[in-house]
Design a protein around this ligand. Structure first.
Ligand code: A3P
Length: 331
């Protein structure tokens, strides 16, 4: 990728048009700084590294897409706001009932997604709860500063399940789009996934950047997997609260506040709210419509077995072993 001035400037738009671009998914992807980004978002994401101003008390929820971002946003939002909102309230007084969790924690540099453009992010009072799908290499270096860096919660997922989730989601985006894109066949999607050509991919680079950062700054980077959230959500919710600096006190635990957060953020509860059944959001200048219901598909581990052949699974497992070899990260 060319070394360009990373600002939201006409030069950036020019640079973006010169970068490698591939079709296949619901929107074209462009390779910028070794990361495949949706082409229509490249300019916005180029601006993040120079123009997003991290604060030492920011918490950034970083995820590889389809790892459970919606779930993590819901849990973190519920935890940090538990004294502000009545999590048991029936009506719109509980934001998690009235809005999709994606809107409650803005994505850095993604306009219109709960107010994520950089000016809106800058205007947020501290401490900010933010989110990103960007790899660390596309965030400002201050995020990872040894002193004064941000706290990061990273969530990833077993790659076969992540792939199956991505494939389904992208085809739902195609249905709601006016981009002229066609649904992608499983085989073609698989080939691109294994080449690393998926939104914010290659997935192994993404996982490894945050994994290494969690080893380097273990107190500031909490590394989570979707599978542990499924296996023991209460343990994760408690760990997350402690990490966020707002641990559940004994009285809360005996009153079941932690269990209430788990219940409220569960797949069953969230997917049952009207906003998540019938709401949605427009992206790509109004060309794509993402129904919130498509963020809730099955919510299970091991669903790959219902979609991938044994050959595909073997191939991806081998790739994963090769890419993560020696890192200490295994799936
Ligand atoms: P599946 O497609 O395997 O069902 P993201 O939020 O990062 O886009 O990830 C979406 C995946 O998380 C989907 O996986 C979705 O069903 C699952 N998911 C969403 N909300 C969830 C929740 N509250 N609990 C468990 N899984 C959830």
């Amino acid at each position: 990728a060319p070394e360009t001035k990373q600002e939201d400037s006409p030069e950036n738009s020019m640079a973006a048009t010169l970068l490698p671009t591939r079709e296949g998914w619901s929107t074209p992807l462009t390779l910028y700084n070794n990361c495949w980004l949706r082409s229509h978002m490249v300019d916005s994401f180029m601006a993040v590294r120079d123009n997003f101003k991290p604060r030492h008390d920011d918490v950034i929820l970083a995820t590889h897409p389809k790892s459970g971002t919606t779930w993590l946003k819901a849990m973190a939002f519920a935890i940090v706001n538990r004294s502000r909102y009545d999590l048991l309230a029936d009506g719109d007084g509980n934001p998690l009932r009235a809005q999709n969790p994606q809107r409650l924690v803005p994505f850095i540099g993604v306009p219109g997604h709960g107010g994520g453009d950089l000016a809106a992010i800058e205007a947020m009072p501290s401490p900010r709860l933010l989110a990103t799908h960007l790899p660390l290499s596309l965030l400002p270096p201050a995020v990872t500063a040894a002193t004064g860096g941000c706290r990061v919660v990273y969530l990833c997922r077993e790659p076969k399940d992540s792939f199956v989730s991505r494939w389904h989601f992208d085809n739902k985006m195609v249905k709601g789009s006016q981009t002229g894109a066609h649904a992608i066949e499983l085989d073609a999607a698989f080939a691109m996934f294994c080449e690393g050509c998926t939104p914010f991919g290659p997935f192994w680079e993404h996982y490894l950047q945050y994994w290494r950062e969690s080893l380097r700054r273990p107190r500031e980077v909490l590394f989570l997997r979707y599978e542990e959230l499924v296996a023991d959500p209460l343990r994760v919710v408690r760990d997350l609260a402690a990490f966020l600096g707002v641990p559940f006190i004994d009285e809360e635990e005996s009153n079941g506040v932690d269990r209430e957060v788990v219940r409220l953020c569960s797949f069953e509860t969230l997917s049952g709210f009207d906003v998540n059944k019938n709401g949605g959001v427009e992206r790509a200048g109004g060309k794509i419509f993402i129904g919130y219901s498509s963020l809730f598909r099955r919510g299970k581990t091991g669903d790959w077995v219902n979609h991938m052949s044994a050959d595909m699974a073997e191939k991806l497992d081998a790739l994963v072993r090769e890419k993560f070899k020696g890192s200490g990260l295994e799936f």
